[in-house]
Design a protein around this ligand. Structure first.
Ligand code: PLP
Length: 273
């Protein structure tokens, strides 16, 4: 297996980053997960734009899009896989222990992970912890993911594959690695970015292609929504058949099933929508 590091391909087993890399010591880094379809990255332009927004939010130098594109292509060529996920990690680089960055430039790693096709529907839970809709890191895709790891572990304990967060004012926000949509009276709604959720690329495409509306939604909308679904790079559009103790029989319902079909068709036609 080959990864991209320090400007070229390296063997995964021998590739090394400093033990003082700030991505490791203080979570000072950002990332993107990009779906690879038949050896090509999906929606890479949107991912690169978000990577740059996240870099600017953290005060990291702008990532070199040409290098990241070359790295993705090189990693995909070197590791043929029918369906995979590229992981682009970009950190503050190695520096002194503590939060001050050193003089070394950022670290860029591009690696390929395996992925499997997700089932059409899944169970989710809500967690009592809140997303901060007004934090310094709100909306940035940073490597500071430990809260998501904890929430996801709780979901797994309860037989679910995702945990949903509300924000500090009790509105529905997002999952640990997905955005959330609800169907009310036949209309599709998703929380606005002001809720604190990540600007998911699958969210944006799904909203554009289905006409879903951005709406402030109380967390308890999940108790009465006709249908609920998740979007993410790794899930595409995935129906929810249970939220906490509430079953949503027949998931995917008709509106979700249509959204799934639309996404599959449109995404299948255009690798960089
Ligand atoms: N929200 C969070 C916190 C995420 O980590 C992710 C993806 O990793 C998403 C939403 C979905 O974003 P995307 O559709 O770009 O994968």
């Amino acid at each position: 297996m080959k990864i991209w590091l320090d400007g070229g391909l390296q063997d995964t087993e021998s590739a090394r980053v400093s033990v003082f890399d700030h991505g490791l010591t203080v979570g000072d880094g950002i990332f993107e997960t990009v779906k690879a379809v038949a050896g090509r990255p999906f929606a890479l332009t949107r991912h690169l734009d978000r990577l740059t927004r996240s870099a600017r939010g953290l005060g990291l130098p702008d990532p070199d899009h040409d290098e990241v594109r070359r790295a993705c292509a090189a990693v995909l060529d070197a590791n043929p896989a029918p369906l995979g996920r590229l992981r682009i990690t970009y950190t503050g680089g190695h520096g002194p222990l503590g939060s001050d960055r050193g003089e070394h430039g950022p670290t860029l790693v591009v690696a390929l992970g395996e992925t499997t096709r997700r089932p059409d529907s899944t169970a989710v839970i809500t967690v009592p912890w809140t997303r901060n809709e007004r934090g310094a890191l709100t909306g940035l895709k940073t490597t500071s993911y430990a809260e998501n790891v904890v929430a996801l572990a709780r979901a797994r304990e309860q037989g679910a594959s995702e945990a949903l967060f509300g924000n500090t004012v009790g509105q529905l926000c997002e999952g640990t690695g997905s955005n959330v949509f609800v169907v009310l009276d036949g209309e599709i709604h998703t929380p606005p970015l002001a809720s604190g959720c990540l600007a998911g690329i699958t969210r944006a495409l799904t909203a554009e292609w289905t006409g879903a509306r951005e709406t402030d939604l109380p967390l308890d909308v999940l108790e009465r929504a006709d249908e609920v679904f998740l979007t993410s790079t790794l899930r595409d559009v995935q129906a929810v058949h249970r939220v906490d103790g509430r079953e949503l029989p027949g998931a995917p319902g008709p509106v979700t099933a249509k959204a799934m079909r639309i996404f599959e068709e449109r995404a299948g036609h255009d690798l960089d929508p």
